[in-house]
Design a protein. Structure first.
Length: 162
């Protein structure tokens, strides 16, 4: 957290290759924040098939599949190919995307993200006192909450900046 730090302008740089750099944190994000639904519907057999919502373990599996080249999220940032160091963001990283002065979505004005769902996204952070639950962030309301890992939420991925 960087409380009291003035946001850079622009907050995000769309890298034009399926990724965006957060100029506040230096993290690099996929611009397609629901690429399971838009590009990889066959992966999603959880709940309502093809909607992009998956269990926590399937979220981890999907990101591993991006790194293995099994799943495409329009990332061409590695010389025309996708990077291989994507990961499910931790709860603080996911929360850092939000502008709590906004609603539906709670993302900063001019954000580069497409296919964003105003709903709950998984983080990699397990709830310490209940390992059957993980933290997530609702991109619609900005709410941070924990939920059972067997329930369904959306997935996006992050990687370290340069």
């Amino acid at each position: 957290m960087r409380k009291g730090v003035v946001w850079p302008s622009p907050r995000f740089t769309n890298n034009g290759n399926g990724t965006a750099t957060d100029n506040l944190t230096g993290l690099i994000w996929l611009t397609n924040t629901n690429c399971i639904h838009t590009l990889n519907t066959s992966f999603d057999i959880d709940g309502v098939a093809g909607d992009g919502m998956v269990t926590w373990q399937h979220a981890l599996n999907f990101v591993a599949g991006i790194n293995a080249g099994t799943y495409n999220c329009d990332d061409t940032s590695n010389g025309g190919a996708q990077q291989t160091d994507w990961r499910l963001p931790n709860v603080r990283e996911l929360y850092s995307l939000l502008d709590l002065g906004k609603f539906n979505p709670s993302l900063p004005a001019g954000h580069p993200f497409m296919s964003t769902i105003n709903n709950y996204y998984w983080s990699s952070t397990t709830v310490s006192e209940n390992t059957h639950s993980a933290w997530g962030v609702d991109f619609g309301t900005g709410k941070v909450a924990s939920d059972n890992k067997e329930l369904y939420a959306f997935v996006t991925a992050v990687r370290a900046g340069l």
